[in-house]
Design a protein around this ligand. Structure first.
Ligand SMILES: *Cc1c(COP(=O)(O)O)cnc(C)c1O
Length: 426
């Protein structure tokens, strides 16, 4: 498609957009009395208007039924999480039994590492990507130390080549081969939070498993953003937070995936709790743990139903829209944003550098842009003019044109505001 940097053209794209109506299903912050242009749905998704009713339902049931709400609410609390299994299984490409919802992301990765990081004197190394999200770095570091290994020996980071912003697949595969039979686990982010690079989960998973290792994925920036086939790709385990692209609310619960092939393996170590116990017999309060044969067998505690409620509102909306439609708009609006950036760059004779890969299979809903020669004042200008972006020192902005609620007109308007911001101090 031939793009144009005009308001008229942007509006014509909105007019053809089948998802345009979903914009009204979200609550936008306002700046100077106007709805903001929201580019930070990769950090915290906007609130779906329907979320309030889902929360109110639980509050109402708590008032009316008190303890009886566990079994007699319209959506009983004791198995509230099971409502997520089918819709989430479609979002991440899994069997419903491979899905559970519990805790928060880093906690879940720790719990899954209890099962899938079992180092031995020979096989004890973990491969992860260089400059992974800090929580993942701390987590892996602490797990390695907990098992009595030195992080310098046990953690193998895949590096970018000098002068490059992204990690090459061939370098990941070469590193897996090099570590070989010392490799216990590959644990990477499916989409890099900083650059927006999408990794080839299928190929890396196979390579790691061929080397005899388990392979797990942090899908914080992938769930609700990219097409996933976790079951088909034979991924051992994965987890994601729900407050980024999944719009579930601040700090909210995490989804987790454990492949079917592990469900009946009772020799896998795990940290147990009563919510992972055989569902029919949970309330018999038996002394011996008998895990549910599914991802739910990794549950630990009674559910945080009040926080699951807005997540369910969001998941129901995703189910209505479907990932294929989201991905189609995602690619078009991201390409339009890229076009706008290049046009503005030409007009202001600036030097933007998009560090996100330009190949469609290696990027999704995020463009990370180096604004060479610009500083924090540009970020402040954008904020004051109603553009919410994420700024990383020294001068990278991350832009996520989330297809569920961003419009093409937003992209055009952003370009105009960016241009005046650069010219105003240039
Ligand atoms: C956002 C994010 C997290 C956050 O983890 P929490 O435990 O939910 O705070 C972890 N890892 C990655 C890669 C992230 O992007």
């Amino acid at each position: 498609m031939e793009f144009k940097n005009t308001l008229e053209f942007a509006r014509s794209l909105d007019a053809q957009d089948k998802l345009a109506k979903y914009r009204d299903e979200f609550i936008f912050p306002h700046v100077n009395g106007k709805q903001v242009i929201y580019f930070t749905g990769n950090s915290l998704g906007l609130q779906p208007k329907s979320a309030q009713a889902y929360v109110n339902e639980v509050m109402g049931d708590w008032g009316k039924l008190a303890v009886e709400g566990h079994f007699y609410a319209d959506k009983p609390w004791w198995d509230y999480h099971e409502r997520f299994a089918v819709p989430l299984s479609k979002i991440v490409g899994a069997l419903p039994a491979e899905i559970t919802v519990m805790n928060t992301l880093t906690v879940n990765l720790h719990l899954l590492m209890v099962s899938f990081y079992q180092p031995t004197a020979k096989r004890f190394k973990i491969i992860c990507e260089e400059k992974a999200f800090p929580s993942d770095q701390y987590m892996i570091h602490s797990q390695v130390c907990f098992h009595g290994y030195e992080p310098e020996d046990a953690i193998v980071e895949i590096k970018r080549r000098p002068g490059e912003h992204n990690i090459r697949l061939e370098d990941v595969l070469a590193k897996i081969e090099e570590v070989g039979d010392e490799l216990a686990l590959v644990l990477m982010g499916g989409v890099n939070y900083y650059t927006g690079q999408v990794f080839d989960i299928k190929t890396i998973t196979k390579a790691g498993q061929d080397a005899g290792a388990y392979v797990g994925w942090d899908l914080a920036h992938a769930a609700g953003n990219i097409a996933l086939e976790l079951h088909e790709w034979n991924v051992d385990f994965a987890a994601w937070c729900s407050y980024k692209y999944m719009n579930s609310g601040p700090g909210n619960a995490s989804g987790a995936f454990v492949h079917e092939m592990h469900h009946n393996d009772l020799d896998l170590p795990r940290f147990a709790g009563w919510w992972g116990h055989n569902k029919e017999r949970r309330f018999l309060m038996e002394p011996k743990f008998d895990p549910v044969r599914g991802a739910d067998g990794w549950q630990v505690s009674n559910l945080p139903v009040l926080s699951l409620a807005p997540y369910l509102a969001s998941v129901d909306m995703f189910d209505e829209v479907g990932m294929p439609a989201l991905i189609k708009k995602r690619d078009c609006i991201t390409a339009y944003l890229e076009f706008i950036l290049h046009e503005i760059d030409k007009e202001v004779k600036s030097t933007f550098e998009i560090i996100t890969p330009s190949t469609p299979e290696e990027r999704a809903c995020q463009l990370s842009v180096f604004l060479h020669g610009e500083g924090r004042q540009l970020f402040d200008y954008l904020m004051e003019h109603g553009v919410i972006t994420d700024w990383r020192e020294p001068n990278v902005i991350r832009l996520a044109p989330v297809p569920l609620y961003c419009s093409y007109e937003d992209m055009y308007n952003f370009g105009q505001i960016l241009k005046s911001g650069i010219l105003s101090h240039g």
